[in-house]
Design a protein around this ligand. Structure first.
Ligand code: ADP
Ligand code: TRP
Length: 332
């Protein structure tokens, strides 16, 4: 039997190339050797997105993004979190085994509290219970499907460790393996995709290149990448340039070696390097963009794919919840 790989993406913004190289592509690679279960974490997005039109369109956009990037719904169980009510039952079950102190230590919550402190606000200002208990819901997402591995970015490792702790506490209490303990997998070579300003590409920094940018916008964004004032003649170190770091994601080994040599030789300006990056990025992204547009033009077809995925996912989810109900004495 194949091991199980599971991951989810929160539909809180347009997918960008950091999400693609850091999350979607590695997850799709794992799907060839694992039984994959990939989903849209839409109730996680509700914590921040309160506009209904925006939330619906982000849910469809992220779903279409996975499919455009090559997810095959015949091979991968692909669904929306909100279509699996067992998630919310397991989340309640797990909450009973989650120390409050564990939630106090979660990075996202701590960051919110710290920011409030710096602004002189009440520590919990703007913090809803969805954000506070986020790690419990995420643990439920993972544990529900008997996940062996969870491909995520390094920022999510703490959440996986919490899922391990919570599942471990359940198993320890009932002296049996009620729940499977998951492991995080992080693809090291694409750990952090840099954004236009050199910081990590993230929608919260507003420095992203959206994955499905039309060609013109893609070019414009690449031309906006921040560079230093080194003169044209000066030799440049490729690994210290985010243009080159982004180029490496799209270019073949020979292309990388050739651009690196041009950097080191001097005489090449940033504009030329950006043109090379645009060419390589557009070559890889054009077919994705076309597929994305076709999927978005057929929302009925998209919703059908997601409904079929949910129908495959629910019996697996029901079995996990049932195991817990039996072990705990809730089932009489
Ligand atoms: P954002 O930082 O834009 O809000 P999310 O937190 O929604 O992105 O990330 C969704 C997934 O994409 C996660 O697995 C995350 O680790 C990955 N990811 C996001 N940004 C990057 C990046 N710049 N480099 C690599 N992976 C990333
Ligand atoms: N918290 C993840 C993120 O912000 C999204 C997510 C929700 C997730 N549930 C998950 C990822 C379960 C992996 C497994 O990126």
């Amino acid at each position: 039997m194949k091991k199980i790989s599971l991951t989810g993406i929160k539909p809180t913004g347009e997918l960008h190339i950091g999400n693609y190289f850091g999350a979607i592509k590695p997850a799709l690679e794992l799907a060839s050797s694992y039984d994959a279960r990939y989903f849209i974490a839409d109730y996680h997005a509700l914590n921040t997105i309160k506009d209904p039109t925006e939330l619906s369109s982000l849910i469809r956009g992220v779903a279409a993004g996975w499919l455009a990037a090559g997810l095959d719904p015949e091979k991968v169980i692909f669904y929306r979190q909100s279509s699996i009510p067992e998630t919310f039952e397991l989340s309640t079950q797990l909450a009973a085994f989650t120390p409050k102190g564990l939630m106090n230590r979660a990075h996202a919550y701590k960051a919110a509290v710290q920011e409030n402190g710096e602004k002189g606000n009440d520590p919990d200002a703007g913090v809803n219970m969805g954000l506070y208990t986020y790690p419990v819901l995420m643990a439920a997402d993972i544990i529900l499907f008997d996940s062996d591995v969870v491909p995520v970015g390094s920022d999510q490792v703490q959440h996986i460790e919490m899922a391990q702790d919570i599942a471990g506490a359940v198993n320890y209490n009932y002296k049996q393996e009620v729940l499977k303990i998951p492991q995080a997998v992080i693809q090291q070579n694409v750990a952090v995709v840099p954004g236009l300003d050199g910081r990590k590409m993230s929608k919260s920094y507003g420095n992203t290149i959206p994955l499905f940018s039309p060609e013109k916008q893609l070019r414009k964004l690449i031309m906006r990448i921040v560079t230093n004032s080194q003169p044209l003649e000066e030799p440049k170190e490729p690994e210290q340039s985010q243009i080159y770091l982004l180029y490496k994601l799209f270019a073949t080994a020979e292309e990388q070696a050739s651009l690196a040599a041009r950097y080191r030789a001097g005489g090449m300006g940033w504009g030329e390097a950006k043109e090379e990056l645009f060419r390589a990025a557009n070559r890889e992204l054009s077919p994705l963009r076309e597929r994305y547009e076709a999927i978005m033009a057929d929302p009925v077809g998209l919703d059908r794919i997601l409904a079929e995925g949910a129908a495959k996912a629910r019996p697996i989810a029901a079995a996990t919840v049932k195991r817990f109900r039996k072990a705990s004495g809730i089932d009489l």
